[in-house]
Design a protein around this ligand. Sequence first.
Ligand code: ZN
Ligand code: ZN
Length: 62
Amino acid sequence: MKKLLSVFAVLSLMSFVSAFGEDTKVKEGSCCDKAAKKGEKCAHPCCVKAVADGKVCEKCNK
Ligand SMILES: [Zn+2]
Ligand SMILES: [Zn+2]
């Protein structure tokens, strides 16, 4: 039971970080923002690589 609770705590912490972490924010008007608004994913190689790492491209979203 204790183990289950700690797993839950880690998961909720991770979702909190991904919801509010700087790494997951796309800049308004960036290539990724425009693609997301069209319901697509940005096709730039740098952005695709960043998304694969669970982030957004720092080059295009700073
Ligand atoms: Zn992009
Ligand atoms: Zn990029």
